[in-house]
Design a protein around this ligand. Structure first.
Ligand code: NOJ
Length: 785
């Protein structure tokens, strides 16, 4: 908002009420003011980095001592971050580079490595840095520990579906314990990008479409990774990514252009990054995308003005993989040298895989093309991170073989993974109470390309998880079903190809069974980075397999694996029971069996909308009404709906809405009661609802509260999630849930981009899903805005 100060539409209108002469003079002055404002927005100044002048942060004495001793090359080396030689997570493939790493470490031209792991291996590299480099600065080891290390948890979109913040925090604590024992201290997570378009594969790595839920999840993950003491040997630095708006890629195609208003950016997309920063995240990663014509990695406005100045972030900023040098391809700089200067001045401290700082910054400083203060500031931020992690005190503290053996895949950790697996499952549909299974079935047919598939259970971003570890659905079901039940398996088809040779066997298996369990959906590589899809239904010929199996006419359950909201309308029409199972990780089979047999009553809720058809993307619950809203189901006469905002062939409503998720029991909500129908001054209101478990199972429910501002100085979404609570309600029990609503919950970026609430009418909705709510109304009275 800083950029807008001094010029507002109302100021300009006021000026134009003057006489013609004055008007002309005023106009000229206005133009001059505008020119100055525009110039300062572009910020071509050569000033020193903001952090040098305004920084209140106290750096550790060792940071300044080292800085004073460092050559320009050593300084640039401290900003230079490489992938290791164990596996690759980006486009540059390195072969047998270990010896070169040794040299680089000795020369001080590398600050650390990422995607390396193992106590012994990381200790060996650390020894070179500490004992053989001139200044003995320890390395930092990074990695993408996105949903667990060797104990693999459900993909992040899955754990977000649990709406269980304590569980998410615990899972990340386990991830931190395991990976720090293997030497990793800097985790490239949480990924908090808002994703409204299911074509975008990286939706799998985040918490879905909502800024409020996304912020709660972001905070829980940061707490889990970092605990409250970064020097603890079992905690690691979190890295909030990908700053900013990476999830809004045009057409859902990964790495694609993002163009959006500052209002949408601030109101929706920036919210979870800010929440994670406020939760104390030690580092931030810039994103690959351009935003409104400016690649983010070179954006002083985003990194220096918003992140550091407005939000007060004092930690370390790392680029994404070559996102500095990729600015050349974006086309806003001519070469890597210009890219390096732009990123460094914008506030990117560490260059991941670009070599741009190392290759260009020392010479640019010598030639007077960039002020050394920028380089020094970045080095300070990197060294301070190493200090905060305790690496100067004990560089080997994270590389302890004994702890590694003890921690990795411990029983206790696998128990958390099982809990996370069952809590991530969302029961989308359960007609005729097909679920839970009784346990008395004589024959269960488990069918599909994902039914007895281990490696895909680990999901996207699980380079550390081993293919031979996960419990498959078939194994989990067999174990739980016990001796008296015959569990038969037929793969039916492969994940992608068109071979139908397995169909006959699958149909035969279904015919023999009392109940059929289909495991279908996406493999691990069909979502995640570079995992965008233009078709978001079941891949390959899996839908045809479903058609074939349904010929048996047996009670059928579909377990749909995915890293996105899937367009599965056809499946929905055919199959009575459907569960969204994401990719459930190490304990997939156990978690799924717990839910199938009713040992755990599912309570997951969708963190992302499931569309009816891919053509609806982007689709999200907190949309705007438009001037010609259409919420019907096409039953009205054509004349009533023809000029409405809709498709001719597919309803506007989703297949499964945000927040949707069934239980084996039923919950009845009372009407919403408000403590008052007017909010005034600093008063808060309370909104209460009674929820009764009217079914025959105990069960947890996620009670969701949404608000709508009916008239605003800018248009407002039809509803926005503002609070939720997850609680166990025993069968027959009624519980009262009371939420406090304050003026801050009604605030938004108003017409003049100031933040605050406006007086007027509001609706509050409470319910079990964004499309299943009770509502009440109140008004906000304010003396001034
Ligand atoms: C690129 C990805 O965008 C980012 O999320 C990841 O952390 C880095 N590669 C390192 O693997």
């Amino acid at each position: 908002m800083k950029r807008r100060q001094g010029i507002s539409p109302s100021n300009i209108n006021g000026m134009f009420r003057c006489s013609t002469v004055i008007r002309t003079i005023t106009f000229t002055i206005t133009l001059a003011v505008l020119a100055v404002v525009t110039y300062s927005c572009v910020d071509r100044s050569e000033s020193k980095p903001r952090m040098t002048e305004n920084n209140t942060r106290k750096y550790a004495p060792i940071v300044e001592e080292l800085l004073a001793k460092m050559t320009l090359e050593e300084k640039a080396g401290q900003l230079n971050f490489y992938v290791g030689d164990l596996f690759n997570t980006g486009p540059t493939v390195r072969t047998s580079e270990s010896d070169k790493f040794d040299e680089k470490i000795k020369n001080g031209t590398m600050t650390g490595l990422f995607n390396v792991h193992g106590a012994e291996y990381t200790a060996r590299l650390q020894k070179i840095a500490v004992e053989e480099s001139r200044l003995g600065i320890p390395l930092v080891f990074g990695a993408d520990v996105i949903h667990g290390f060797k104990t693999v948890f459900p993909i992040p979109l899955g754990t977000a579906a649990s709406w269980d913040m304590a569980l998410i925090e615990e899972a990340e604590r386990v991830a931190a314990r395991e990976s720090t024992a293997a030497g990793i201290t800097f985790n490239f997570a949480p990924m908090v990008d808002i994703a409204r378009d299911s074509r975008w594969g990286r939706m799998a790595e985040g918490a879905g479409e909502d800024p409020y839920l996304g912020s709660e999840v972001a905070k829980a993950r940061v707490r889990g990774f970092q605990g409250d003491d970064l020097t603890d040997e079992a905690t690691m630095a979190a890295c909030v990514k990908h700053f900013a708006a990476y999830g809004a890629a045009e057409g859902g195609r990964d790495y694609n252009t993002v163009d959006m208003s500052e209002r949408l950016l601030r109101q929706t997309y920036l919210v979870p990054y800010k929440a994670a920063v406020e939760a104390g995240a030690a580092t931030v990663m810039t994103s690959f995308n351009e935003l409104n014509g400016e690649p983010v990695t070179g954006s002083k406005w985003l990194i220096d003005d918003i992140l550091r100045n407005e939000w007060g972030f004092e930690g370390m900023v790392v680029s994404d993989w070559q996102s500095i040098t990729e600015m050349v391809a974006h086309g806003n700089v001519a070469d890597n040298a210009e890219a390096a200067a732009m990123a460094l001045k914008a506030g990117v401290d560490m260059d991941m895989m670009g070599d741009a700082y190392l290759d260009h910054i020392p010479d640019m400083v010598r030639n007077g093309k960039i002020d050394e203060a920028y380089l020094d500031q970045a080095v300070r931020n990197v060294l301070q991170l190493k200090y905060d992690l305790g690496l100067f005190d004990d560089p080997y503290k994270y590389s302890k073989e004994a702890r590694e053996k003890e921690e990795i895949r411990s029983e206790e950790h696998l128990a958390v993974a099982r809990e996370a697996a069952r809590k991530s499952i969302v029961l989308l549909k359960n007609e005729d109470k097909v679920l839970p299974l009784t346990g008395n079935e004589k024959t269960i047919a488990v069918i599909g390309p994902l039914a007895d598939n281990q490696s895909d259970m680990n999901g996207t971003w699980s380079f550390f998880g081993e293919a031979q570890h996960p419990v498959t659905f078939l194994q989990g079901i067999k174990e739980r079903a016990g001796e008296g039940t015959n569990v038969i398996f037929a793969k039916g088809c492969n994940l992608y190809d068109n071979k139908t040779d397995g169909f006959a066997e699958a149909l035969q298996a279904a015919r023999k069974a009392d109940v059929v369990i289909l495991a279908v959906g996406e493999s691990a590589v069909m979502n995640g980075e570079a995992g965008s899809r233009a078709n978001i239904g079941l891949p390959g010929i899996q839908q045809q397999l479903v058609n074939k199996v349904m010929e048996a006419g047996k009670p059928t359950v579909a377990m749909v694996m995915s890293g996105r909201g899937m367009a599965i309308s056809e499946l929905h029409e055919q199959v009575p029971a459907i569960m969204a199972v994401w990719a459930l990780g190490s304990e997939a089979g156990h978690g799924a069996a717990d839910v199938l047999f009713g040992d755990y009553n599912p309570a997951g809720k969708l963190p992302v909308t499931f569309p009816r058809h891919v053509g609806q993307a982007p689709i999200y619950y907190n949309y705007k009404h438009t001037g010609r809203p259409y919420e019907g189901d096409y039953s009205e006469p054509l004349s009533e709906r023809v000029y409405k905002s809709k498709y001719r062939d597919v309803e506007n409503s989703p297949l499964y809405a945000f927040g949707h998720g069934l239980s084996y029991t039923t919950f009845e909500y009372s009407p919403v009661t408000l403590s008052d129908d007017v909010m005034e001054g600093d008063n808060t209101l309370t909104a209460s609802v009674e929820v009764t478990n009217t079914g025959d199972h105990d069960g947890e429910e996620v009670i969701q509260l949404y608000i709508r501002d009916l008239v605003g100085s800018v248009t407002r979404p039809v509803k926005e999630l503002k609070a939720f609570r997850k609680e166990m309600i025993k069968k027959g029990e009624t519980k009262t849930f009371t939420f406090e609503i304050s003026e801050e919950d009604l605030a938004f970026y108003r017409h003049d981009m100031s933040w605050g609430a406006e007086p007027g009418e509001f609706k509050v909705f409470i319910g079990s899903a964004s499309d299943n709510v009770q509502e009440a109304s109140f008004s906000l009275k304010k003396s001034e805005i």
